[in-house]
Design a binder for this molecule. Structure first.
Ligand SMILES: NC(=O)c1ccc[n+]([C@@H]2O[C@H](COP(=O)([O-])OP(=O)(O)OC[C@H]3O[C@@H](n4cnc5c(N)ncnc54)[C@H](OP(=O)(O)O)[C@@H]3O)[C@@H](O)[C@H]2O)c1
Length: 263
């Protein structure tokens, strides 16, 4: 397995996680991408959200893989690429189109919001007793554990079952932050309240610098405030994995358990 990375530090992390070879490169460098892909049977691609050139990078990666003679391309995109007001969703559509027109065998994964995002908030949740984000506590969001998405990505390379398919991947259900805080409370055995905070307070706390990611997150949360992120039909994920998808309750039990072990 070969990974494309941008720095020596990322190279070290990738190797620690089991990658055999690394190539230092950039998604904006077509020639570098072609040489990185030469000799590979397949490419797994996940693009940087909110990057002003996310679509162009994805299309470049598809073209580079094709030019390098790659057979199979697995693209980890996003649920509902038709949400045109959200750049992190709309940016996936041109990449999907390029892939469908490339002639390569494809598998497109369209994941819901990653449960792992909540892990990024975990320290603050434990410290404050609040699960606080800058949109309505009542807006419902659908989630997926990225380990389930990764399992399907791996299967897509070793079997033909998922060839030329596009899969909307969500665990069952859509949950408000009030409901999510209830599940976290159950897992921790102490009360966690859902709260709403100002966007800048949240972004500063998350260490998000000024720029396209911060602006993109602001647009995303304003959109969630109005519409949530609806989805949450678990039929596809259950069917492709042949088992029940990992759910939020299980995810929080694991997080609470690893915090206990570390203490
Ligand atoms: N988070 C979610 O809930 C969610 C849900 C569904 C879909 N998605 C999609 O999944 C993807 C990943 O999202 P994320 O939130 O996990 O991470 P992210 O913040 O979008 O990922 C950034 C990654 O892109 C790399 N990158 C940035 N510019 C690059 C360039 N010019 N060349 C090569 N690599 C570059 C960064 O590398 P460095 O480490 O070197 O900076 C970093 O590893 C996005 O497309 C997002 O829309 C996310």
């Amino acid at each position: 397995m070969r990974a494309l990375v941008r720095s020596r530090e990322a190279e070290r992390i990738a190797r620690d996680r089991g990658v055999d070879e690394t190539v230092i490169g950039d998604l904006e460098d077509t020639r570098g991408l072609i040489s990185a892909a030469v000799g590979a049977d397949g490419v797994f691609y996940i693009g940087p959200a909110f990057h002003p050139r996310e679509s162009a990078m994805g299309v470049t990666m598809v073209n580079a893989a094709k030019a390098a003679g790659v057979r199979k391309f697995v693209y980890s995109a996003v649920i509902h690429p038709s949400l045109s007001k959200l750049t992190n969703h709309a940016a996936k559509r041109p990449v999907e189109e390029a892939l469908y027109e490339s002639g390569m065998t494809f598998t497109v994964l369209q994941p819901a919001s990653f449960m792992q995002n909540i892990e990024l908030e975990w320290k603050r949740i434990l410290e404050t007793g609040l699960y606080a984000l800058p949109y309505s506590q009542r807006a419902r969001v659908c989630y997926v554990d990225y380990r389930d998405v990764a399992e399907l990505a791996a299967l897509a390379f070793v079997t033909e079952r998922f060839d030329n398919g596009t899969y909307e991947l969500s665990a069952p259900g859509g949950y408000s932050r009030i409901q999510v805080a209830g599940m976290i409370s159950e897992a921790l055995g102490r009360k966690i309240e859902a709260a709403r905070i100002d966007f800048d307070e949240w972004a500063d706390g998350a260490g998000l610098p000024e720029g396209s990611s911060r602006r993109g997150m602001q647009r995303l949360y304003a959109n969630y405030d109005q519409y949530g992120l609806l989805g949450g039909n678990g039929l596809i994920l259950r069917s492709v994995l042949g088992r029940e998808p990992r759910g939020l309750r299980q995810f929080f039990r694991e997080l609470a358990g690893s915090a206990q072990k570390a203490a």
